[in-house]
Design a protein around this ligand. Structure first.
Ligand code: KG4
Ligand code: ZN
Length: 339
């Protein structure tokens, strides 16, 4: 199994990539639907599915040309099987399985979070197993012990909103565009640290769980109490980011301490946040640990992580040429565990 086509279509990004097990990532391309959904203030599932239909095949042709490959050179197709929006997932799954059937090669459903989790292994220097992973995306916030491909132990997770959701909901209250995390981080750059102090939910709870829903309420209250001039918006953004980052960094460090491991991997869209990276690097240095991040373009959803996770899985398991497919909009990562 050498050349793997990866297809990601779980939410609002169509991502495709060609990964070669010896030559690495040959080509990847992404179409983001953010501008289309922005007008509605969030992802509209039906529009997302239709847009994936429009873009997936042209993107596959584009990367095949970039990598100077023919479709017949592909040895397997990996696609995001879940979790995500069912209609959106079905587009990737049906294209992947039809293509695999036509080419008479295996098709493999990949867990979206496993893609994120393993994505730092695409960058250099790469972490080595075992490590602790902080998974911070728009829908998930989890701390996971990773002992190898398919060896995942959940250490802690959010009890309500994900960290990305906390960024996005705070951003919305400040009048920023969807999804808001990256825009809020930019606005926070001009904020006055310390003008506002927001709660750090569950910081001292003694476990590795998170809770972010109270933060959005605190941001709402603050934004009602003040005139939202440019500086005040920036100051609130700064306070919201500080609160989220402090909780994430502190719990991630506690997870390292508890597990006795020295490597932390950060994956998912919120992993692009520069303040989170700076704080994690600072605290990790003090404890003699090291933090690994995917390249910025592979923090948010992309096809490369799906092709890569598919390649690792295919090295491990028997390949079945079974082209019946189903999608798993809800799917617990630990169900993947082997052995
Ligand atoms: O992993 P991802 O692309 O999609 C999901 O699987 O959910 O994560 C998207 C999330 C969004 O909530 C977005 O606002 C957030 O990642 N995000 C950021 C930044 N860039 C993306 N949050 C904070 N700072 C950023 N720079
Ligand atoms: Zn994601």
């Amino acid at each position: 199994m050498k050349l793997i086509l990866g297809i990601e279509s779980s939410c609002d990004e169509t991502g495709v990539a060609l990964y070669h097990t010896e030559r690495g990532l040959l080509a990847h391309a992404l179409h983001s639907q953010i501008a289309m959904h922005n007008e509605y203030g969030g992802v509209v599932p039906e529009l997302a599915s239709r847009d994936h239909v429009r873009h997936v095949l042209p993107l596959i042709r584009e990367i095949a040309a970039q990598a100077d490959c023919k479709l017949t050179d592909i040895d397997a197709v990996a696609y995001t099987q879940g979790p995500g929006l069912s209609g959106a997932l079905l587009v990737g799954a049906s294209v992947a399985c039809s293509l695999a059937y036509a080419l008479s090669i295996p098709a493999l459903g990949v867990h979206h979070l496993e893609g994120h989790l393993l994505s730092p292994l695409l960058s250099k220097p790469a972490p080595e197993f075992p490590f602790v992973a902080l998974l911070v995306s728009g829908g998930h916030t989890q701390l996971m012990r990773v002992d190898g491909v398919g060896k995942y132990t959940l250490l802690g997770e959010t009890l309500d909103d994900a960290a990305g959701e906390a960024f996005d909901k705070s951003a919305k209250l400040l009048g920023l565009n969807y999804p808001g995390g990256a825009e809020l981080a930019i606005l926070a750059l001009t904020g006055t640290p310390g003008r506002f102090k927001l709660p750090r939910p569950m910081l001292h709870s003694g476990d590795l769980d998170f809770s972010f829903s109270g933060l959005k309420t605190a941001v709402r209250t603050l934004s009602k109490q003040h005139t939202l001039d440019v500086q005040t918006r920036a100051d609130i953004a700064c306070a919201a980011q500080e609160a989220i980052v402090e909780v994430l960094a502190s719990k991630a460090m506690a997870a390292l301490k508890q597990s006795g491991l020295k490597q932390l991997v950060v994956a998912g869209g919120v992993g692009a946040n520069q303040q989170l990276r700076a704080q994690l690097d600072r605290t990790a240095k003090k404890s003699g640990s090291r933090v690994f991040y995917p390249d910025l373009e592979f923090c948010t959803d992309n096809g490369a992580m799906i092709a890569f996770a598919g390649a690792l899985r295919l090295q491990q398991q028997e390949t079945k040429r079974d082209y019946r497919f189903n999608v798993k909009p809800r799917w617990d990562l630990q169900e993947l565990n082997i052995g």
